[in-house]
Design a protein around this ligand. Structure first.
Ligand code: FMN
Length: 420
């Protein structure tokens, strides 16, 4: 994108500056996805991702911010529980209680190959996941809350009787423990799960997650997923309000819709015609990808049918409004999260309608271009939401648990079955 620093890929200074901008907007937390990262398929044209290493990035961010929460992804398939337990609790201590763990099972074969493995079946991924999260939480709780006395006068460092091995194991992983890290200001990190509403993901998130990072394409879709996660929490013996469903949003903010579409065309214009063939499949109509300046003909649209793709209804609506092919695609109708290309008010309206439609407890927001898109969101959209009484004016506390209203927990949740 013109105007963007082409060296941003390796700049930790930029990550910290972006975190500070989000913190100025009182954003609850940063979310860092991770495959774990592998080289992108099209390395000729694409950066592999945004973070060289999510924990290193958040360590830098922790030192450059004071309030914003920070959630990193930690794979339960390609880590041992002790690795994750120590890294996340150390980040939690370093950030004074602002850390969260996005506990995911990883899905890409290119990622698995970097570990000399194949992606296991869903049953094995989630079998291991249940053991992982319980052992990690048990390790967090293995250093008693008041064990660290650090009494210089007597020379006592810690009460040994409050630092006990966990001796937990199952079919996939095990640990003796104990961990050697005292509690943070929030006790231990908050558990997050990024995923769709597959039966195994629901079973996992319903038991352990306080936040679900989701992907939904309409209010109806979001409401159905949010309800499914809330019911899963209830089945696990929890209060449904203990799980927050947060779908994604990719805003492109400009003075009007035309300017926003032009910005998206400048950003991804060269790849638009490649995407036309997918639009053809999604709507079941013939589209000539070389005729980006023409609308899809009314005759062709009359025969269109909605596919199983949840994005197809919106795509058809935009096509029927008479936009040319380039603009239909620039609306983001086949992007991997909902796109709002328009004014700050358009973005605020989208968020309000999803929130009031019970499709979202909040949003994860990926600005199109961080360099200026983040500030446009923080300084343009958030004030509108505040004015409408939909967003807070300041953080209520200092920890991620306080920001999100997550109940206190140290060690394993006693309501959830223990490994032995
Ligand atoms: C918005 C969103 C973000 C996600 N981020 C990650 C991620 O960073 N790392 C990861 O391994 N999985 C991530 N996932 C989860 C995988 O996509 C998910 O495990 C995969 O779709 C397979 O689904 P299943 O585990 O229910 O079989 C994310 C999911 C969603 C919806």
């Amino acid at each position: 994108m013109p105007g963007v620093d082409p060296l941003a890929y390796t700049s930790f200074d930029l990550r910290v500056a972006q975190a500070q901008a989000a913190e100025r907007g009182k954003v609850h937390f940063l979310f860092l996805p991770d495959g774990p990262q592998a080289v992108a398929a099209d390395i000729e044209h694409e950066a592999p991702g945004f973070n060289l290493d999510v924990m290193m990035t958040l360590a830098a961010v922790a030192r450059g911010t004071t309030r914003i929460g920070m959630v990193a992804t930690g794979s339960m398939t390609f880590n041992e529980p002790f690795n994750l337990a120590r890294q996340f609790k150390a980040l939690d201590v370093m950030s004074h209680g602002r850390a969260g763990w996005n506990a995911v099972t990883s899905a890409g074969e290119d990622v698995a190959a970097n570990y000399g493995q194949r992606i296991p079946s869903s049953a094995d991924r989630y079998g291991r996941a249940h053991e992982m999260v319980q052992i990690v939480q048990a390790l967090w709780g293995s250093w008693g809350k008041d064990a660290w006395v650090h009494d210089q006068a007597s020379g006592q460092f810690a009460r040994s009787e409050e630092v006990a091995p966990i001796n937990l194991g199952g079919r996939y992983v095990a640990s003796r423990g104990p961990l050697y890290i005292p509690p943070s200001e929030q006790g231990q990190p908050v558990i997050v799960h990024a995923g769709g509403a597959s039966a195994n993901a629901l079973g996992f998130a319903g038991r352990y997650a306080s936040v679900v990072i989701g992907a939904a394409y309409s209010v109806k879709d979001g409401r159905a997923q949010r309800t499914a996660f809330r019911e899963a929490a209830e089945r696990a013996g929890r209060d449904p309000d203990e799980i927050k469903f947060i779908p994604g949003l990719m805003p492109t903010i400009a003075g009007d819709t035309r300017a926003a579409l032009d910005r998206r065309i400048a950003l991804s214009g060269q790849t638009l015609s490649q995407r036309a063939s997918y639009l053809q499949q999604m709507l079941g109509v013939r589209i000539d990808p070389t005729r980006l300046d023409s609308p899809i003909s009314p005759d062709a649209l009359a025969t269109a049918r909605l596919s199983a793709d949840p994005r197809s209804a919106r795509a058809l609506e935009i096509a029927r409004a008479g936009w040319n092919l380039r603009d239909i695609l620039a609306h983001g109708v086949i992007d991997y999260q909902p796109v709002v290309a328009g004014t700050t008010t358009d973005v605020a309206d989208h968020m309000q309608s999803w929130f009031e439609g019970e499709a979202a407890d909040g949003f994860w927001v990926a600005p199109d271009v961080y360099q200026d898109g983040l500030e446009a969101f923080v300084d343009g959209v958030l004030p509108i939401l505040r004015q409408r009484g939909l967003f807070h004016h300041d953080y209520v506390g200092t920890t991620l648990r306080e920001h999100l209203g997550v109940p206190a927990q140290y060690g394993i949740d006693p309501r959830i079955g223990r490994l032995s």
